[in-house]
Design a protein around this ligand. Structure first.
Ligand code: AMP
Ligand code: MG
Length: 188
């Protein structure tokens, strides 16, 4: 955790385990570090990243929860966070446009992985972390698979063993609707 935080604080990228797949993490507020995530992954900048918060309170630094869906968001977070549920919400202006590919919304979740959460807490910043594979390839679910994808491109891979879920997070979007909010599943 200490080694990962030192690198992240210095603007580096680090591969970290989550319960879904391994992520390639950068400080979400550091646009230069986020740019490294895109270049290491060879990911096109029109494909936005998921931002991970380590505490519920940190959500307000990343996204703005509109009043008309607040109740629904709170119920979902109570039921599924920490865990593999990603919410699309209006973006906080402090989140660099690169993270969201210029969208006005941001994808945000709280991982249940102990190592990932410890790094986020210790760093005190949300982490932008897409899957730790090169673009168009399968998401890695072990440190060994990350190494096969990104060896020589990144300074640290934290080995937390096999991912307990092994599948990408579910992504949902919530709209206010006339009578009650509507939840749309963007990724199962
Ligand atoms: P990955 O973390 O590699 O699984 O990729 C994250 C995925 O989240 C992207 O490929 C998008 O499909 C989705 N995503 C991220 N941000 C947004 C957003 N603001 N709106 C809709 N989808 C998003
Ligand atoms: Mg991916």
């Amino acid at each position: 955790v200490k080694a990962a935080c030192e690198l992240l604080a210095a603007g580096e990228v680090v591969a970290l385990p989550t319960e879904t797949v391994y992520g390639l993490a950068a400080n979400a507020f550091d646009a230069a570090a986020v740019a490294k995530v895109f270049s290491v992954k060879e990911r096109p900048t029109f494909d936005p990243l998921i931002v991970h918060v380590s505490t519920r309170a940190e959500l307000s630094r990343v996204a703005i929860v509109p009043d008309d869906i607040k109740h629904t968001v709170e119920k979902l977070l109570n039921a599924f966070w920490p865990g593999p549920l990603t919410l699309i919400l209006p973006k906080h202006p402090d989140i660099p446009d690169l993270v969201t590919s210029g969208l006005t919304t941001v994808a945000v979740r709280q991982s249940a992985n102990k190592i990932f959460r410890a790094v986020g807490k210790e760093l005190g910043q949300p982490l932008a972390a897409p899957s730790a594979n090169r673009f168009g390839r399968i998401s890695p679910t072990s440190a060994h698979a990350v190494r096969q994808e990104l060896d020589g491109r990144i300074p640290l891979i934290v080995d937390g063993g096999a991912c307990s879920e092994g599948l990408e997070s579910t992504i949902i979007h919530i709209t206010a609707g006339e009578k009650r909010p509507t939840i749309t599943i963007l990724r199962p």
